[in-house]
Write a protein that binds this ligand. Sequence first.
Ligand SMILES: CC(C)(COP(=O)(O)OP(=O)(O)OC[C@H]1O[C@@H](n2cnc3c(N)ncnc32)[C@H](O)[C@@H]1OP(=O)(O)O)[C@@H](O)C(=O)NCCC(=O)NCCS
Length: 171
Amino acid sequence: MNNIRLRPLKLGDAPKMAELADNEKVSINLRDGFPNPYTLKDAEEFIKQFGQHKQMKVFAIEYNGQYAGNIGLHIEGDVYRKSAEIGYFIGEPFWNKGIMTEAVNQIVQYGFKNLDIVRIHTGIFEYNKASQRVLEKCGFKKEAVFEKAIFKNNQLWKEVRYALLKPEQNI
Ligand SMILES: CC(C)(COP(=O)(O)OP(=O)(O)OC[C@H]1O[C@@H](n2cnc3c(N)ncnc32)[C@H](O)[C@@H]1OP(=O)(O)O)[C@@H](O)C(=O)NCCC(=O)NCCS
């Protein structure tokens, strides 16, 4: 879908980012480092810190020219340096339009073409069926379920781990 594109984050995205991120239906699916409530200052600090970061490649997701959310790859270190962790969110008004599936496909292509990595992976909280479906639609393999790995909102949850390998002919 060509009405969805990834572009660098800019400071001007902060008000919309804060508005869309300040939603418990978003934060419930993310690590506690993702603030709730989410303020304009949180958004500005995030953009300043990660807008141009060597190990964190974060992009704005644009839908029909509007900022809709973020997607990023975190290149890992030490013996994990050929791997990147993927992370993303879009605002609730944009859900279930196929936007994240397209954004994941675009960042995967970017990552395997431009970064020195062979594996993109992440862990999803067991109740986040939409995110699991997105990764399955993008060809990620469910590799494992980690029992009681997540402690979110005072409760233990399983973590479902997904990964996608770079096609071998490109390695
Ligand atoms: C999860 C999230 C990224 C999905 O983005 P999106 O743009 O709505 O995803 P898409 O429209 O591309 O695909 C969603 C798929 O999940 C399905 N889905 C949605 N809710 C579902 C549910 N409760 N149970 C099962 N499937 C569900 C949709 O039907 C769709 O699948 P389909 O195309 O086979 O019909 C978005 O809801 C979000 O940002 N949530 C908050 C933050 C978050 O969860 N980030 C990821 C952390 S791992």
